[in-house]
Design a protein around this ligand. Structure first.
Ligand SMILES: NC(=O)c1ccc[n+]([C@@H]2O[C@H](COP(=O)([O-])OP(=O)(O)OC[C@H]3O[C@@H](n4cnc5c(N)ncnc54)[C@H](O)[C@@H]3O)[C@@H](O)[C@H]2O)c1
Length: 389
């Protein structure tokens, strides 16, 4: 007997949408049946390119299709609230890109609506899905490091270094009141909170905008795009008020502390998410760009490097590593793990009000919004701000 596949629609197919589609296709029990874009022609072109059977020029038409079980929202930030709300109202499971919304008021409402409707809700915080993060979280849980005193690190990129670099994220109306913090700091916070099992309770932040005026190409720009026209582009000036970088002190709920730096203007740093945790027994350091290694630091014996390897991993981490040691799994594999966790939860008929998923949910997405807003408030008022959800 063949078990029917879970049928999925994807809204928005720029940079991250196709990565979702590829990850879902690796599962075997999920089928991408439709996509939606803003505009019929663009939708049809994308569907042909990605081999997706149905194309909609308006996401509301996709939501009317009764054969679609779950919908991914991969659109720019300002559309997350409206589209997530419509997906919930259509009674379909929803996997939203981060940030969950533009304000915590909106994210609180989405969480409430998703719970009321009983659908499975997820937010695409994919870094916690790396095999090594599952292993580290389990090591921390088992007390290998002792109580964690200190967590520090950062998330650095360089794709917005020049004033001619442009993306919709720079426009507050599309990206929201925060940029570097909401876009990548949110990933750092989710990963670190997942690994330590502790929530961030308060923040003290200092933000800066390097380019208050940017040059926006009249023809628009693409995510992670390079200017390759040899200086021929026509620009218009765009005032920018969102932060290019931020330094944030954090206090966790148990009183332990830490700090992180986020930046989209650090030359040479591409997707440099990293952190170190220092416990009473030992330390650990991990960087996303070399995801198969975990440095483990000791006081009284030589330090170690743990290589990702199912035969060396704890049982709880093994479901997230799919290849033998040395066959390095990376960023696209973290998306596969996110989809695997999310769709296994749906396939197994789990109840989001009773079962705790190991993927990020709207609850985590809402917490993330509250942390971002506290960081903005802390910068404005130059003081510690407690996180309230
Ligand atoms: N989790 C991650 O690691 C990760 C990585 C990149 C982006 N993201 C998130 O994904 C989202 C999209 O980012 P991106 O980099 O892919 O942006 P992008 O600009 O490359 O793609 C956005 C897509 O949305 C489409 N779109 C715009 N308006 C629409 C509408 N009304 N209806 C349907 N489609 C519409 C655009 O045509 C485009 O295809 C953002 O919220 C971003 O924060 C997450």
């Amino acid at each position: 007997m063949t078990i029917p596949k879970i049928r999925v629609g994807v809204i928005g197919t720029g940079f991250i949408g196709p990565a979702h589609i590829e990850a879902m296709r690796r599962l075997g029990f999920v089928e991408v049946v439709a996509l939606a874009q803003n505009g019929e022609e663009k939708a049809r072109e994308k569907a042909a390119k990605l081999g997706v059977p149905l194309a909609y020029g308006d996401y509301r038409e996709l939501l009317l299709n009764p054969d679609i079980d779950a919908v991914h929202n991969c659109t720019p930030n300002h559309l997350h609230f409206e589209i997530n709300k419509a997906i919930i109202a259509a009674g379909k499971h929803v996997l939203s890109e981060k940030p969950l919304a533009i304000t915590s008021r909106e994210s609180a409402e989405l969480l409430r609506l998703a719970r009321e409707r009983g659908i499975v809700h997820g937010v695409h915080f994919n870094y916690r899905q790396f095999p090594m993060m599952k292993q580290l979280a389990q090591m921390v849980k088992q007390g290998e490091f002792g109580p964690i005193h200190l967590v520090h690190g950062g998330y650095l990129q360089d794709w917005l270094l020049f004033d001619t670099d442009f993306n919709w994220r720079l426009d507050q109306a599309a990206g929201g009141r925060s940029r570097a913090v909401a876009d990548i700091g949110s990933h750092w916070c989710d990963t670190v909170q997942y690994v330590t099992g502790k929530r961030i309770a308060a923040v003290f932040a200092d933000l800066r905008t390097i380019h208050p005026i940017r040059k926006k190409p009249v023809a628009g720009g693409v995510t992670f795009g390079l200017q390759t026209d040899g200086g021929e582009t026509a620009y218009e000036e765009l005032p920018v008020i969102t932060e290019d970088h931020a330094s944030v002190l954090v206090r966790f709920e148990d009183g332990s502390k830490g700090s992180f730096t986020v930046s989209q203007v650090s030359a040479g740093r591409k997707n440099a998410l990293s952190f170190e945790l220092n416990g009473s027994r030992k330390s650990a350091h991990w960087k996303q760009e070399e995801p198969a290694s975990l440095w483990i630091g000791h006081r009284d014996k030589p330090n170690e490097v743990l290589m990702a390897d199912p035969s060396l991993f704890l049982e709880e981490a093994r479901a997230s590593i799919h290849h033998p040691g040395g066959h390095t799994e990376g960023w696209p594999d973290s998306l596969k793990n996110m989809m695997l966790q999310y769709y296994t939860f749906i396939r197994d008929g789990k109840d989001p009000s009773k079962d705790t998923p190991s993927f990020a949910t709207f609850e985590d997405g809402h917490l993330s919004m509250c942390i971002t807003e506290a960081i903005l408030q802390s910068h404005e008022e130059e003081r510690w701000i407690n996180i309230t959800t």
